[in-house]
Write a protein that binds this ligand. Structure first.
Ligand SMILES: Cc1cc2nc3c(=O)[nH]c(=O)nc-3n(C[C@H](O)[C@H](O)[C@H](O)COP(=O)(O)OP(=O)(O)OC[C@H]3O[C@@H](n4cnc5c(N)ncnc54)[C@H](O)[C@@H]3O)c2cc1C
Length: 338
C-alpha cells in the first residue's frame, strides 16, 4: 500500500474543492497522483491494499454533516443520505413497512460488521467483484487490456458471472441493494464541482458494459452523491426480494431479484422486476414485467414471467445453473406478493 495524505472534509464544498486540486478518474487507477473520496472505506481500502489503487490523497467524506439522515414523507417518499450505514437502513421501521424489498436486500447484504461500516452511497458506487478485474496481474478489457479472462470456455473461472448483457464484459454488479433500489424506481442525487445538483434515475445511473466498458456508473471523479430518493409507494404497492447464495452464512449473490407491484386484489396492475448478479449492472427485466402486467398472480403466470426473463439469457461455460436459479427465485418472489 502506498503512502497517502488524509483530508477530513468539513462540507460538500470543501470535499469538492479538494478533489479539484488533485483529480483522478473514477475508474481503475493504477498510477499515483489520484485523490479519491472515501465513505465507509470498505471498497476503497480493499483496492489500495490489493495494489489496484494508489491514491495520493484520501478525502474522507464520511463525517460531512447532513449526509447521514433518513427521512420519510407519505407524499414525497423516502430520502436516504449517502452516508447512512446499511445497519441503519436495516433497522429503520419506515423502510421495513413501506419498502419491504429494500429492507430484505439490506439485511441480506454482507455481514453485520460490514453493514456497520458500509454506506449506501459507497455501496452503489463499489466496483464489480470479478476476480480477474480485481487482480493486479490481469489486464482485462475493463482495465484497457486486450481480453476477458473469465469468458474463456476452458480456462475462464466464470461460474459467478453474467448470463445477460455479457457481450463485452461478463462481470456482475456487486451491489445487491441496488437491485431493490432500482425496482422501487429510486433516483440518485449528485452534486458536481460547480455546486449544481442533478437527480438521476437508478436506471440511468448504471452504465452497461456495452455502452462504456470503463465505467459502471455515470458518476465522475468530481461528483458526490448526497442522497438516494425513493418515490412514495401507493397503498396497493407490494414488494419482495430474494437473494440466492452458495453458503448458508453471508455471501455474495449468485442471483437476486426484487419485485415491486401495484396490485388490485390478486391482479398485477404494474410490475417492476429487477435482477441482480445477472448482468454487469442491475438488470430491469422488461420481459418479466410485461409477462405479469394485468395478469393474476398465480403459479402459471409467475412461471411464465420467470421463463420470459430468462429467454434472453446466454450463459457462459460454467454458469448455466443460473438460468434455473433465476427462474426459481423470480417465480417465488412474484408469488410472495400475494
Ligand atoms: C466480504 C464482503 C461482502 C459483501 N457483501 C455484499 C453484499 O452481499 N451485497 C452488497 O450490496 N454489498 C456487499 N458488500 C459491499 C459492502 O457492503 C460496501 O457497501 C461496499 O464495499 C462499499 O461501501 P463503503 O461505504 O465502504 O464505500 P467506500 O469504500 O468508502 O467507497 C466505495 C466507492 O464509492 C465512492 N463513494 C463513496 N461514497 C460516495 C459518495 N457519497 N459520492 C460519490 N462517491 C462515493 C468511493 O470514492 C469509492 O469509489 C460486501 C463487501 C465485502 C467486503
Amino acid at each position: 500500500m502506498n503512502k497517502f495524505s488524509w483530508y477530513e472534509a468539513k462540507s460538500l464544498e470543501d470535499a469538492l474543492q479538494q478533489v479539484n486540486s488533485t483529480v483522478s478518474e473514477q475508474l481503475y487507477e493504477p498510477t499515483k497522483g489520484a485523490a479519491v473520496f472515501k465513505s465507509g472505506g470498505v471498497d476503497v481500502f480493499d483496492w489500495a491494499k490489493e495494489g489496484l489503487l494508489s491514491p495520493e490523497k484520501i478525502i474522507n467524506i464520511r463525517n460531512i454533516p447532513g449526509l447521514d439522515q433518513i427521512s420519510y414523507d407519505r407524499k414525497e417518499g423516502m430520502r436516504i443520505g449517502a452516508n447512512v450505514t446499511l445497519a441503519d437502513i436495516a433497522s429503520n421501521e419506515e423502510i421495513k413497512s413501506n419498502y419491504l424489498a429494500l429492507h430484505q436486500a439490506v439485511n441480506d447484504a454482507a455481514t453485520p460488521q460490514l453493514r456497520n461500516m458500509s454506506t449506501l452511497g459507497g455501496n452503489i458506487v463499489q466496483r464489480n467483484r470479478c476476480w480477474y478485474f480485481r487482480s493486479a496481474d490481469h489486464q482485462c478489457f475493463r482495465k484497457a487490456g486486450d481480453r476477458c479472462f473469465a469468458r474463456h470456455s476452458e480456462t475462464g473461472e466464470n461460474e459467478n458471472h453474467a448470463i445477460i448483457d455479457n457481450g463485452s464484459c461478463v462481470s456482475i454488479h456487486a451491489s445487491s441493494i441496488a437491485t431493490a433500489l432500482m425496482a422501487f424506481n429510486a433516483s440518485v442525487v449528485i452534486v458536481g464541482a460547480d455546486g449544481k445538483k442533478k437527480e438521476v434515475l437508478m436506471d440511468d445511473f448504471f452504465v452497461s458494459a456495452g455502452k462504456d466498458i470503463s465505467m459502471e456508473t455515470i458518476l465522475q471523479a468530481k461528483e458526490i452523491i448526497t442522497d438516494i430518493m425513493l418515490p412514495a409507494p401507493s397503498k396497493n404497492t407490494k414488494s419482495f426480494y430474494i437473494k440466492n447464495v452458495a453458503r448458508e452464512s453471508y455471501d455474495w449473490s449468485l442471483g437476486d431479484v426484487a419485485v415491486v407491484m401495484e396490485v388490485s386484489g390478486n391482479t398485477c396492475k404494474s410490475a417492476s422486476i429487477v435482477l441482480g448478479a445477472a448482468a454487469p449492472v442491475p438488470y430491469r427485466s422488461m420481459q418479466a414485467q410485461e409477462a405479469m402486467e394485468k395478469k393474476d398472480i398465480n403459479q402459471e403466470n409467475a412461471m411464465a414471467a420467470a421463463k420470459a426473463a430468462m429467454s434472453i439469457a446466454r450463459p457462459l461455460s460454467k454458469n448455466a445453473y443460473k438460468v434455473p436459479l433465476f427462474e426459481s427465485i423470480i417465480k417465488q418472489a412474484i408469488l410472495e406478493i400475494t
